[in-house]
Design a binder for this molecule. Structure first.
Ligand code: FAD
Length: 414
């Protein structure tokens, strides 16, 4: 049988693409190499990390939260399976490899498809002198399945994944120290948010060494360099959270001449097409923020394209969140972006302590920073640090998606 669409990978890019394609009447198969559906996000990413973040704010029972995490994963994976059945998406377990323009080999079984969507995601980057053993030298994957809470944890990299997982273990009683190469934490956020978050996490007892580079390791002892020279840091466990790279192992890209950029991302055009026009790529495999909802919106878009529709992804309106306490959430351009692009803008910042609800909740830390175009007053960016920032950003995202101005927001009754 020839499928209309075959999808490699069942993460938030792949499974959403599969369901949307099937909804639009396309005969669809999703191929997944792991035993369960859901990809990084469900199995070793967003979902388990959010369970641990939520539970560690409320309890210190580590074993129980690990059990609950597995229960949540199992339920959601079964949910995807149920949706596949409901929408008649076929599935196949095994590593998929492109062997001809319309043929995927899945460990001996050949799948033929008119269109192919590559959605094989990403993997954690390791340091060459600090390979993961997932016991003592761990990636985010290992951090989500430790069996005991380490006394001391070193976190290499203070990006969103590092500060989220560092927060979990700090709350559970670990002494947590970050070594960060940049001069700020979470560098993708507006600098004002990075600065405020650093202050808040430091006040919670986490230690930060910025502009420090790890240059060597002996077991869990790291040699770290800064402007003043070399120092040693030691811990029971070292979490390396220095970023992720696209995962293309065994995909068979060379067979078909599908190209990657110097960072390993698959090169696609505006329609997610690779150099082979009926083969598409989405999610963490292609350039852009490595976020689950970005993968999903691309999955939806590509399925609609294949079905003959003309979808549009608004990349300027993709929100991002760090689920620390308090949360950090942002959408649109940062002030640094606007300066670099010479866009004339106005900025306004309102502190949470001026907000009655925040005061009622006793959660007065943080602020909302809004950036608008100086001439049109159109929203260009909204940056929030404070309680439930992840919920508040949704309103800002919708406003930006609809092209709202500061006046539109002011005229809205909340
Ligand atoms: P993936 O989810 O990586 O899925 C790819 C799938 O393809 C995998 O299941 C893999 O097994 C399969 N695969 C690979 N090769 C093959 C092959 N050859 N054949 C068949 N199958 C194959 N994002 C957010 O938006 N919010 C968050 O809060 C968040 N938290 C995160 C926390 C952590 C600790 C991590 C690691 C990531 C987090 N992310 C978060 C990022 C998010 O997980 C990714 O952006 C998202 O999973 C990317 O989706 P994807 O579909 O592109 O790929």
């Amino acid at each position: 049988m020839t499928y209309d669409v075959a999808i490699l990978g069942s993460g938030p890019g792949g499974y959403v693409a599969a369901i949307r394609a099937a909804q639009l009447g396309l005969k669809t198969i999703c191929i997944e190499k792991s035993a369960g559906f859901g990809g990084t996000c469900l199995n070793v990413g967003c979902i388990p990390s959010k369970v641990l973040l939520y539970d560690s704010e409320r309890s210190k029972d580590f074993q129980r939260m690990m059990v609950r995490k597995q229960e949540v994963i199992a339920k959601l994976a079964a949910g995807i399976q149920g949706l596949f059945q409901k929408h008649k998406v076929a599935s196949l377990q095994g590593v998929g490899t492109l062997i001809a323009p319309h043929t995927i080999d899945v460990q001996g079984t050949q799948v033929e498809a008119k269109h192919i969507i590559l959605a094989t995601g990403s993997e954690p980057i390791s340091l060459p002198f600090l390979p993961f053993d997932e016991q003592k030298i761990i990636s985010s994957t290992g951090a989500l399945s430790l069996t005991t809470v380490p006394k001391k944890m070193l976190v290499v990299g203070a990006g969103v994944i590092g500060v989220e997982l560092g927060s979990v273990y700090k709350r559970l009683g670990s002494e947590v120290t970050f070594i960060e190469f940049c001069d700020r934490i979470c560098p993708t956020f507006d600098q004002a948010l990075s600065r405020e978050l650093l202050k808040m996490l430091t006040a919670q007892g986490m230690n930060f060494h910025l502009s420090h580079k790890v240059i060597q390791a002996k077991g869990t002892t790291l040699t770290v360099q800064d402007l003043t020279g070399e120092k040693e840091f030691t811990a029971d466990v070292v979490l390396v959270a220095i970023g992720r790279r696209p995962y293309t192992e065994n995909l068979g890209l060379q067979t078909l001449g599908i190209q990657k950029d110097p960072k390993g991302f698959i090169v696609v055009d505006d329609s997610f097409r690779t150099h082979v026009p009926h083969i598409f790529a989405i999610g963490d495999l292609i350039d852009g923020p490595m976020l689950a909802h970005k993968a999903s919106i691309e999955g939806t878009a590509v399925a609609e394209l294949i079905a003959g529709r003309r979808p549009l992804v608004h990349y300027a309106c993709i929100p991002s969140v760090a689920y620390t306490h308090p949360e950090v959430a942002a959408v649109g351009f940062t002030e640094e972006d606007l300066k670099a692009k010479n866009v004339p803008y106005q900025s306004a910042t309102v502190p949470f302590k001026a907000n009655a609800r925040a005061r009622c909740m006793g959660e007065m830390e943080g602020f909302v920073k809004m950036l608008v175009h100086a001439d049109t007053h159109k929203l260009l960016g909204v940056h929030i640090i404070g309680q439930e920032a992840s919920e508040l950003i949704a309103g800002a995202t919708l406003a930006m998606q609809l092209g709202a101005t500061a006046e539109d927001l002011a005229a809205t009754c909340y």
